[in-house]
Design a protein around this ligand. Structure first.
Ligand code: 5RP
Length: 222
């Protein structure tokens, strides 16, 4: 769905890449358009000396298939390019629909700038439509789930526990009426929680794909 918008947002973001850059490489179908575009530029020699820090094993495989150099070293990442499941007007995000939220947050936090690419349907005045992904340890996981639910949500194990993240953990999809950003700290306080899919004060720009182009939202850092 919204494939043209996703592609347009990725192509606009790609204009910010030039030779000799170190980039964070996100995960998901929108980021795949970005990596495919970047890969073609690298393969043709139009852009050289790119290093990518991947946020998932599948992103690492995709980047390497184009000959993009991959490194698990966070130092000196100029721009992290990633997608989102939902964003609001302040640039807050919900991420983790692809189950890569832990590595995505580590890479985003350690990048100078974070550019998010998304189709227009991901925008909400208040974050509420996408169930909040939370990664938890596979130890006493039912207790961790109950403790998260006490904060006022219904939580389900992704694919009935069949889904495990690249880190070997479970993902809970948590349905709150409204995902207030303060929930990030409250959920992280619960033992067994590894990471929460709320990305607050991390985004620099959001590329919002449209049918025939792309709008850019610059996020004010407060
Ligand atoms: C993966 C993510 C993705 O960025 C998010 O799910 C958006 O994916 P897509 O571009 O396929 O809609 O957070 O963990």
């Amino acid at each position: 769905m919204y494939e043209d918008e996703k592609r347009n947002s990725a192509m606009e973001a790609l204009k910010y890449v030039h030779s000799n850059m170190k980039l964070g490489l996100g995960t998901g179908s929108t980021t795949k358009y970005f990596i495919d575009g970047l890969g073609e530029l690298v393969k043709s020699g139009k852009i050289t000396n790119i290093t990518g820090v991947p946020t998932s094993l599948r992103t690492a495989d995709l980047a390497q298939s184009y000959g993009i150099k991959i490194e698990n070293n966070l130092e000196g990442i100029e721009i992290d390019f990633d997608g989102a499941d939902e964003f609001d007007g302040n640039g807050n995000l919900i991420k983790g629909g692809g189950g890569a939220l832990v590595r995505e947050k580590i890479v985003a936090y350690n990048s100078r700038d974070v550019y998010i690419m998304a189709d227009h349907s991901k925008f909400s005045e208040r974050l509420h439509s996408f169930p909040l992904p939370v990664e938890i340890l596979p130890f006493m996981e039912n207790v961790t789930k109950k403790n998260i639910e006490k904060l006022g949500c219904d939580a389900t194990f992704r694919d009935g526990k069949k889904f495990k993240s690249d880190n070997g953990n479970y993902i809970l999809d948590c349905r709150f009426n409204f995902t207030d950003v303060t929930l990030e700290d409250k959920i992280k306080m619960i033992p067994g929680v590894v990471e929460v899919g709320i990305f607050h004060k991390i985004t620099t720009k959001i590329f919002i794909g449209e049918n025939n182009g792309c709008k850019i939202m610059n996020v004010k850092k407060s």
